[in-house]
Structure formats: structure tokens, C-alpha cells
Ligand binder design. Structure first.
Ligand code: IMP
Length: 428
């Protein structure tokens, strides 16, 4: 059975968790392949609300095994906090969570360095979880992998080496010796917690795929935050795009059978950087309020904008999206008219392609098409035909504009508030 990848096709926070939850009902494995505890989503399960950052969304379905792939950066302290929170609230995690021995470990000095960079005047509005500095170490070939962390001698030598390498910056905040003490005092005892979860994930997933099991790979963040294809340098430090699912999990491309892109019915972004269709004022405030658009990790108010077909086309291309899920259509109710960007004017010239240069991305002035708004409680709809005509027309117009089917439309938080069209999504 081929694996399926679920990717965010905007700037993250598209509502991937709900789509993963839907597909996980027929999955055997759910795999996170990049990012770290910078990600955040809220899951409502059995009437209880869970704030999730690292553990894959499949954890709420008892038969699903959950994997943190090599492409993820893992803060063992954050992971323990999340596992304890879940187990304390009745969700069994042990035996159902597997962490790659090749994943890199976030340590307190990465968090210090992230904060320093943000306060240097060159910040991009990160989540300050140490994500960027940990990936920097990985690419600089000085990172500490889970396998190194589990070996006390190797861990000690690598921490000492890295504190020396980063001393200049770190000493601006606290003495190196104090940071060293904190690392060992906090992270040595966490080794025993992490060890039982760790394995060679590539072998685990190879066996699963050979046995015909269903593997779902979930991205964190979104395509526009991808370090290669996003609005660089206002991006995260990994590859949320579908290609990252292979390099971040150990599955080969020939095992991937489909890519499901997830978009909101409008656009949001947290942190700094270009956002061509951003709006301010009454409509933005309204959508922020009804869409509860506040960062799940940092609580920051999300920036709000219209749906952007130029941006989405670029994201669909680099992800090879085969199906699209549109989330939060219900939040657009009572917005009249609804605008959608179909082109940009960049330096006075019309273009339908998302520009690469940061100056052009900042300069891009959207050209909009307007659609009539709709009203009513969309969350009560149980089929696409239950929706007001203007809402259906909006979905169909986006589908036409993008040339990719939208078989799933979400109308609220609960599982029931989802309507399927045509053949639905792959699997179920
Ligand atoms: P970092 O990933 O913490 O280094 O932050 C880099 C950029 O990605 C910042 O603009 C963050 O706001 C953004 N970012 C990171 N994780 C998420 C997420 O889960 N949702 C939305 N934005 C995110």
C-alpha cells in the first residue's frame, strides 16, 4: 500500500491535524518528517482539548503507531512534557511512539541562540524553540543525533565541542560553564525516558510498507515556510514540502502514492515576511476572531489575508499535490465580498507566478477577483449540496483556478463538520 503525504500549502496552521485525524482512521502509521516543537495544533478528542507540538496526530487512535522521523529536531524535555501530558489524560503513548535514532536533538543552548538572533535586529519572528540553531548544527555536521545523545560519552564530548564553537554568542547571555551545567543537569536524566522510544525508523517503515501497512506522513508548517521554496529568509529551517517526507523519514519516493495539500479558505501567517494578500482592519479582525487565529505555540495573533491562487499554484507545484483539502470555509460566512488573488503586479508588470526574489515578494500587489459572500451556519452541513450556493461556487472557483480537485471541505472543528466530494480522499 503506497504511503500518503499530507502537506500544508500556505504558511502553516492550515488545519492539517484534522485531515491527518481523518485519514489516520485507516492508517497503521503516522509519521512526522520535519520541524520540531515549533509546530502546534489543537486536537479535540473525546470532548477534551489537547495542545500538540511534537507527537504525531495519530496518537489519539489506539491502533495507530506514531513515528518521529530523522528529519525532525527533538527537544527531549518538550517530548517528555507532551508524553506525560497525554498519558496523564488517558492516551497511551508508550509502545506506540517511535523516535528516529538519526533525529537531531535540541538542547538549551539552541534556544538561547534562537532568542539572541531574534533580538539582534535580524529576527524573522521565530517560535524561539531552538529550531533554526539545531538545524544549523545538523548542516554544519556538528549536530547531536538521538543516537549520540543515548551514548553518554559521545554526548558529553559533542556538547563540549559545540559549546566551544558557539561560546562567543552564548557568553553574551550566560557563562558557558553555567550553560554546560544546565545541559547535563536537565538532559542526562532525560536519556532514560527517551531510550525506549528510539529505533531505526527507516527499517521500521520499510517493514511496514512491505507488509502492506498504511503509512501517512504529516508535514509541520507549510510550503511557504520551506527553507528552499518558501519566502526565504522568512522561513523555518527544514523542508515541509512533500519531498521532505522521503528525506525526513527514510521512505523512498517510489513508496509515495499521493500528496494531499491542506489550505484554509483564506490565508494566515505568523511571524515576519512577505504576505502579498495580507489585509488589516475590520475583516481581518473578524476572521481572526471567528477563525480563532492565534498561534498554537506562541499565542501570537496570526496575520490574515485573502486566499492567494498565485501562492497556492507555486505550492501545489513543488509538492506535486494530487488532492486538496479546504479548511475553515465556515469562518468566511458573513464576509462580503470574498476576494481571491489571481495575479500580482510586480514593479508594474502583471504576473501569475510567485516571485522568487525577496524584493519582488514584498513588492507584489495582488490582483483580485471578487465572489459573493454567503451566510448561515455552515457547520451544520453534512453534504456539499447542503452548503449555500455561493459557498459551493467559491469552492468550485478555487478548484477551477488551481486545476486540482478539492474532495474535502472542512466546516468546523469536529469530525462531523467535514463534507466530502467526488471520490473523497485516498484510502477510506
Ligand atoms: P522557527 O521554525 O521557530 O525557526 O520559525 C521560523 C518561521 O516559521 C517563523 O515565521 C515562525 O512563525 C514560523 N513557524 C514555525 N512553526 C510554525 C507553525 O507551526 N505554524 C506557523 N508558523 C510557524
Amino acid at each position: 500500500m503506497p504511503a500518503i503525504v499530507i502537506v500544508g500549502v500556505q504558511w502553516g496552521d492550515e488545519g492539517k491535524g484534522k485531515v491527518v485525524d481523518y485519514l489516520s482512521r485507516s492508517a497503521d502509521f503516522v509519521v512526522r518528517y520535519q520541524g520540531g516543537n515549533n509546530a502546534g495544533h489543537t486536537v479535540v478528542f473525546d470532548g477534551k482539548t489537547f495542545a500538540m507540538h511534537l507527537v504525531p496526530s495519530g496518537v489519539f487512535l489506539p491502533k495507530v503507531r506514531n513515528v518521529i522521523g530523522n528529519g525532525v529536531v527533538v527537544d527531549p524535555k518538550a517530548l517528555r512534557g507532551e508524553v506525560e501530558m497525554l498519558e496523564g489524560r488517558g492516551i497511551r503513548v508508550r509502545g506506540r511512539l517511535h523516535v528516529s535514532l538519526s533525529a537531531h536533538v535540541i538542547l538549551p543552548y539552541h534556544i538561547v541562540l534562537d532568542g539572541l538572533r531574534e533580538e539582534s535586529g535580524h529576527g524573522i519572528g521565530t517560535t524561539r524553540r531552538g529550531i533554526g540553531p539545531c538545524y544549523e548544527d545538523k548542516v554544519a555536521r556538528v549536530g547531536i543525533r538521538v543516537a549520540d545523545y543515548l551514548d553518554p560519552g559521545a554526548f558529553k564530548a559533542l556538547v563540549d565541542q559545540n559549546l566551544r564553537l558557539r561560546a562567543c554568542d552564548l557568553e553574551r547571555v550566560k557563562p558557558k560553564a553555567l550553560i554546560r551545567e544546565e545541559v547535563f543537569a536537565e538532559y542526562e536524566p532525560l536519556r532514560g525516558f527517551l531510550k525506549p522510544f528510539c529505533c531505526d525508523v527507516a527499517i521500521l517503515l520499510e517493514k511496514a510498507l512491505k507488509a502492506g501497512e498504511r503509512v501517512l506522513l504529516e508535514s509541520a508548517q507549510g510550503a511557504m515556510l520551506d527553507v528552499d521554496f518558501g519566502t526565504y529568509p522568512f522561513v523555518t529551517s527544514s523542508n515541509p514540502v512533500a519531498g521532505g517526507a522521503c528525506s525526513g523519514s527514510g521512505i523512498g519516493p517510489t513508496s509515495i502514492g499521493g500528496v494531499v495539500g491542506v489550505t484554509k479558505a483564506y490565508t494566515t501567517r505568523v511571524g515576519l515576511g512577505p504576505f502579498p494578500t495580507e489585509i488589516e482592519g475590520r475583516t481581518a479582525r473578524y476572521l481572526r476572531q471567528v477563525g480563532k487565529e492565534y498561534g498554537a505555540t506562541t499565542g501570537r495573533p496570526r496575520r490574515i489575508g485573502w486566499l492567494d491562487l498565485v501562492q497556492l499554484k507555486a505550492a501545489l507545484r513543488v509538492n506535486g499535490v494530487s488532492n486538496l483539502a479546504m479548511m475553515k470555509l465556515d469562518a468566511l460566512a458573513n464576509v462580503h465580498p470574498i476576494k481571491v488573488a489571481t495575479a500580482y503586479k510586480v514593479k508594474g508588470r502583471l504576473t501569475r507566478e510567485f516571485p522568487v526574489s525577496r524584493a519582488d515578494q514584498l513588492d507584489a500587489e495582488p490582483v483580485y477577483e471578487s465572489y459573493p459572500g454567503f451566510s448561515g451556519d455552515l457547520g451544520a452541513a453534512r453534504s456539499f449540496s447542503d452548503l449555500p450556493k455561493a459557498a459551493r461556487d467559491y469552492v468550485l472557483a478555487v478548484e477551477r483556478g488551481l486545476g486540482v480537485p478539492i474532495p474535502i471541505v472542512s466546516l468546523g472543528r469536529s469530525r462531523e463538520q467535514t463534507v466530502l466530494r467526488g471520490k473523497g480522499l485516498p484510502w477510506p
